[in-house]
Design a protein around this ligand. Structure first.
Ligand SMILES: Cc1cc2nc3c(=O)[nH]c(=O)nc-3n(C[C@H](O)[C@H](O)[C@H](O)COP(=O)(O)OP(=O)(O)OC[C@H]3O[C@@H](n4cnc5c(N)ncnc54)[C@H](O)[C@@H]3O)c2cc1C
Length: 611
């Protein structure tokens, strides 16, 4: 196989993948320390992953990017042609089973494609909705007939998929939808009435997964074709960003849907709605990486060209600091996304594809990492907002006008914090899921919290010194984990189960959890690179890990303080603050020098590059 050629089906792939086989439970990163060889990073991409990445990148650069202007002006015939071309290359079929025309590849491959295709957010959104929330409900919940009928055509891009959950009065609160479905007296049709709002691809999609309540009560999903009687699409929304994607309302007016187009079981639509969004989250994260890389390249190019005070602005410390921060975030984001998808792949490898409930097992394996998927969604969407914002700042006046891509990127990035579950909802999912796992004993968080509380109240030292490569950095990760557990422990002691109603505390716990995962990913990846190439060759990743750890530790400490101040007072507050200070104590890195080093490398390479 060569870059640019269609991918062969899975069985014909001769290359090995380097995905660690260790089965790691979701959320366990809070309690266990991992060794570098247990995590997957972009340095572990197999030859196959690299080729697919290259093919996708070439497709994006040669086919998508030259068409940006047309797509921005909503020439959706171009979009449809591109979806077909993506289909011909196999880019839209990696998660479709081979039996239905797909390639059935690993989730790392799915993430690589999402990452590399995202050079232009308008098209990436369209493609992401089509291959993800458009096709996956059928992959995981469809009947044999539904799969045969729709999946092969979705895989080639002959038909385009969409997913219609949100309504004008229920977005986050999606189960509260008003759309209704009634079985016709002869049992042949469901008659759907209601509306849907903000549906991606609606302007030209052929097939919609539409959620409605059977008899006004039982939340269910239906496969609705565009030409079904009673189905219509409203006008395009005028959006702030991703203008190259289509977003419209749907109108269901006595829409007749054949009974066999019920998807999944009546009353079990929530399983479809939430599982599919969960899968979408890691891909949204991967797309943010792709968008971020493009943005930093623009920022570097401009910084090297623009002159002020007799110098190029790339010579100014404050501009270099921004470039270093942007690159550092990309490095951390890559570490988190690929670590997570590889954990999923390791869990999915245990699923027996030959049994009838293999789809159920697959979803269970994916759901195991719901916390990590939400972490990626929140972290990566906030990362890209930072990156496009600083790219705009580097462009300054020119960034604010349409002449440069910084302006469009700034607008395009913003949606990522809103869809696939807002970041508020995802933060609640992170801490809520952890709490649920802790309460059910799936994750031994409570004993770990108790042990830490006892330890902290008796022992004077934070923990033993660690040895070996990046020992100080690893110790910092451990301290962050302890800070999070300590604050969560203090909060659960006060509120018990009712902590769920304390949203600000749940949000702070989510923030600490997110930072911990990010910090650990950054250090493990640097360690892994150092082990493979030596510490000198790993200087930039190590510098990035140190810069990130320093920033993140401040945020973890601040969140922990917020929680403790809210749950303790008097002597208890003073004792807990003393513990917090002990846990948060470390010798600072010289982040100014480290950022200079990172920025220098990026400026030399003209793009985000660790090499
Ligand atoms: C461009 C675009 C494309 C989209 N594509 C699709 C699509 O293809 N299919 C689809 O079904 N939907 C789609 N959506 C809808 C999107 O998923 C929703 O906008 C999103 O889920 C939020 O819902 P909402 O806008 O109704 O906000 P609301 O739910 O009204 O939320 C408003 C604010 O309140 C916060 N909030 C809500 N509930 C809580 C809570 N319990 N606790 C704390 N804070 C809370 C939210 O985080 C948010 O900040 C799209 C939206 C846009 C803008």
């Amino acid at each position: 196989m060569h870059a640019g050629q269609p991918f062969p089906a899975r069985g014909n792939m001769a290359t090995t993948t380097a995905i660690p086989k260790t089965r790691i439970s979701g959320g366990s990163f809070l309690l266990d320390s991992r060794r570098p060889e247990e995590v997957f990073t972009p340095e572990d991409f197999s030859e196959q992953h690299q080729l697919i990445g290259q093919t996708t990148e070439e497709f994006a650069l040669n086919e998508i990017v030259p068409n940006i202007e047309k797509i921005e002006h909503k020439d959706f015939s171009v979009t449809r042609d591109l979806l077909k071309k993506a289909g011909e290359l196999g880019l839209s079929a990696v998660e479709t089973p081979e039996a239905y025309g797909g390639l059935e590849m690993d989730k790392v491959t799915a993430a690589v494609i999402a990452d590399r295709i995202a050079k232009y957010a308008g098209f990436a959104t369209t493609w992401g909705a089509h291959t993800g929330i458009g096709a996956l409900p059928i992959v995981y919940f469809g009947t044999e007939e539904q799969k045969k009928k729709y999946l092969p055509r979705l895989a080639t891009g002959e038909i385009v998929g969409a997913y219609a959950l949100s309504e004008s009065t229920s977005g986050s609160d999606a189960l509260n939808c008003r759309s209704r479905a009634q079985l016709s007296p002869d049992g042949k049709y469901y008659v759907l009435n209601g509306e849907k709002m903000w549906i991606t691809n609606a302007g030209f999609a052929d097939l919609f997964t539409v959620f409605a309540k059977v008899d006004g009560e039982k939340f269910s999903a239906f496969l609705v074709e565009r030409n079904f009687p009673g189905f219509s699409v409203g006008a395009e929304e005028h959006k702030m960003g991703i203008r190259g994607s289509s977003t419209c309302p749907l109108i269901l007016s006595d829409c007749k849907v054949p009974a066999e187009n019920l998807l999944g079981e009546i009353g079990k639509g929530h399983l479809i709605a939430f599982n599919i969004l969960n899968i979408g989250r890691f891909k949204l994260g991967a797309m943010c990486l792709g968008g971020g890389r493009v943005s930093i390249e623009h920022a570097i190019k401009y910084a090297k060209e623009r002159k002020a005070f007799g110098k190029v602005i790339a010579d100014f410390g404050l501009i270099r600091e921004k470039i270093a921060n942007m690159a550092t975030l990309l490095y951390v984001g890559e570490s988190m996304v690929y670590r997570t998808v590889a954990m999923m792949d390791a869990a999915l490898a245990d699923v027996d594809k030959s049994v009838p409930d293999s789809a159920k097992q697959t979803l269970k394996a994916i759901e195991e990492y719901a916390v990590e998927c939400s972490i990626i969604k929140v972290w990566c969407s906030e990362m890209i907002d930072y990156v496009v914002d600083e790219t705009m700042q580097i462009h300054a006046g020119y960034g604010f006008v349409e002449e440069y891509p910084a302006e469009r990127a700034y607008r395009d990035a913003r949606i990522n914090r809103i869809f696939e579950g807002t970041n508020e909802i995802n933060r609640l999912i992170i801490s809520g899921f952890l709490l649920k796992k802790a309460m059910s004993g799936q994750l031994p968080l409570m004993p770990a919290i108790k042990k830490l509380m006892d330890e902290m109240l008796s022992a004077p030292s934070v923990s033993e010194e660690l040895e070996g490569s990046l020992a100080a950095e690893r110790k910092l990760v451990e301290q962050a984990k302890k800070l999070g557990l300590f604050a969560a422990g203090a909060a659960t002691q006060k509120y018990m189960q009712a902590i769920q109603d304390q949203q600000e505390i749940m949000g702070a716990i989510a923030d600490m959890t997110i930072e911990t995962y990010a910090m650990e990913g950054a250090v493990l990846r640097a360690q892994k690179i150092a082990q493979a190439k030596g510490e000198a060759a790993a200087a930039v990743p190590i510098a990035m890990a140190r810069v990130y750890l320093t920033q993140a530790m401040e945020r973890v400490e601040s969140a922990a303080k917020r929680v403790i101040a809210a749950v303790a007072d008097g002597d208890m507050l003073r004792t807990q603050m003393a513990i917090l200070r002990r846990l948060a104590k470390y010798e600072p890195f010289n982040t100014i020098a480290l950022r200079q080093q990172i920025a220098q490398r990026m400026l030399e390479r003209g793009k985000y590059s660790l090499a």
